[in-house]
Design a protein around this ligand. Structure first.
Ligand SMILES: C[S@@+](CC[C@H](N)C(=O)[O-])C[C@H]1O[C@@H](n2cnc3c(N)ncnc32)[C@H](O)[C@@H]1O
Length: 251
């Protein structure tokens, strides 16, 4: 009998926004120029919204922390960085980057009320079927005067076109990672935060065009080596696609 030819396993096709995608993509989080490249750019921009800790060992709770991409950008700010995520394979990598990890759901976080000086929710809410519950949890975790920082995708046709129809065809965003039905209406988010005592201010953001084009051309031309300078995330006049939020919990 002849030996059977080796069978290669095709990548499994999962429904949009299925969290198991993060296990399949586990090797991408920290790979230079990998499928999560844009998350690194966004993490740097989010960390820039966070001031140094006011007291030693202030807690920063990073909801949906993934593999801890925020960690290097918080270095020297004096926080104890606690990351909460559903995905074990991502948390294991976050722990290697100095994050104290908690496996759990952002809609039911196993941490006490008012424990955090800062709560971060970077590129999380648009992945959570009940984003309002995640917002309630973020606000619950904040101590009075504590700071909420987040970024997410707006519930607009333009966001669907840019982030899914275009973005997921480029090497910066994994295909199928979003379910646009979960995108977060910016005005509803501000109202929900206000209901929980956080006055959230928004601004639109986008990757800078020149740097992004250079980055994409390098990647599309097959150059797999890391691009030395990463594109910066810059403010833009509209919140219609991608936006950041920042606000304090009332004291
Ligand atoms: C797009 S990634 C963003 C990761 C990280 N915040 C960053 O910016 O690098 C979304 C992350 O949210 C996690 N996630 C999705 N739904 C979640 C939930 N309900 N509770 C906790 N984590 C969740 C996923 O496992 C994934 O790590």
């Amino acid at each position: 009998m002849r030996d059977a030819a080796p069978v290669s396993t095709p990548p499994r096709v999962l429904p949009p926004n299925d969290p198991r995608q993060y296990d399949d993509l586990a090797g991408e989080w920290w790979r230079p120029g990998g499928a999560f490249a844009m998350l690194h750019w966004l993490a740097r921009a989010r960390a820039a919204l966070v001031p140094p800790a006011s007291e030693p060992d202030d807690l920063l709770v990073d909801l949906g922390c993934g593999a801890g991409l925020l960690a290097p950008h918080l270095a020297g700010k004096g926080y104890r960085h606690v990351g909460v995520d559903l995905t074990r394979s991502a948390l294991d990598q976050a722990a290697e980057h100095g994050v104290t990890v908690v496996q759990g759901d952002a809609t039911a976080v196993p941490l006490p009320d008012g424990c955090a000086a800062v709560v971060s929710a970077g590129e999380l809410l648009e992945h959570v079927p009940d984003w309002r519950r995640a917002v309630a949890e973020a606000c619950r975790l904040l101590r009075p005067g504590g700071l909420l920082v987040l970024d997410t995708l707006n519930d607009t046709l333009l966001a669907r076109l840019v982030a899914v129809e275009l973005g997921e065809r480029l090497p910066t965003v994994p295909r199928g990672i979003h379910d646009p039905r979960l995108f977060v209406d910016a005005r509803a988010l501000v109202a929900e935060c206000a209901r929980h005592g956080v006055a959230l201010r928004l601004r639109g953001i986008r990757p800078e065009l020149g740097g992004t084009l250079t980055w994409l051309l390098r990647r599309l031309s097959g150059a797999d080596r890391p691009v030395r300078t990463e594109p910066r995330i810059v403010p833009t006049w509209s919140t219609a696609v991608l936006y950041q939020g920042r606000g304090h919990r009332s004291g």
